[in-house]
Design a protein around this ligand. Sequence first.
Ligand SMILES: NC(=O)c1ccc[n+]([C@@H]2O[C@H](COP(=O)([O-])OP(=O)(O)OC[C@H]3O[C@@H](n4cnc5c(N)ncnc54)[C@H](OP(=O)(O)O)[C@@H]3O)[C@@H](O)[C@H]2O)c1
Length: 179
Amino acid sequence: MTEKNVYLIVAVDENNGIGKEGKMPWHFKKEMEFFRDTTSETMEFDTKNMVIMGRTTWESIDPKFRPLQDRENVVLTHNPDYNAEGAAVCYSLGEALRKADLDEKIGDIFIIGGAQIYELALPISNGLYLTKIHNSYDCDTVFPDFSEYYTNPPENLGTKEENGTEFSFHFYSRERETF
Ligand SMILES: NC(=O)c1ccc[n+]([C@@H]2O[C@H](COP(=O)([O-])OP(=O)(O)OC[C@H]3O[C@@H](n4cnc5c(N)ncnc54)[C@H](OP(=O)(O)O)[C@@H]3O)[C@@H](O)[C@H]2O)c1
């Protein structure tokens, strides 16, 4: 399906919640910086990473901040008339991955949510960046169970604190099956 690295990146609360009423339930500058830096950094000069997201997640981003800069933005929808200014629209995850594979200027692929798209991408991913927010937010959308795919203990990437809330950064990796 793709030779490139496919990473999921997510922030979850104590109950694995990720969203509420179509929006992010929290706003932490330091968490957003981690997200921006991790998804933007590339190993090679003159390449960009691809960020793939569901239509709901795209719409949850403030129009001032989209497309996410310095990254190739891809929005998944079933709607053939959907237009996402500054982003490519694809109608399946496979189509988005093929697009990345055909473009040598694309480095890594980051699946940035939401729940529906994480669920689709978990089986074909080879890494998961998970930020645990040590608080609970009465979310209506949760991150899918990933224990079947990521069985090794995570690497701990540190902790931060903002406005009295602590969050910790973790990276899970796995050998990906060949397709
Ligand atoms: N905490 C975090 O790290 C994080 C990260 C991202 C998002 N979120 C939150 O998660 C929530 C959104 O998650 P969600 O699961 O409701 O929505 P989502 O995954 O962002 O988007 C769902 C939409 O994606 C499209 N889609 C789904 N499967 C598809 C497929 N196989 N092929 C093509 N298109 C497909 C459909 O769009 P159409 O209806 O247009 O067909 C579907 O309605 C929000 O609250 C958001 O803020 C949290």
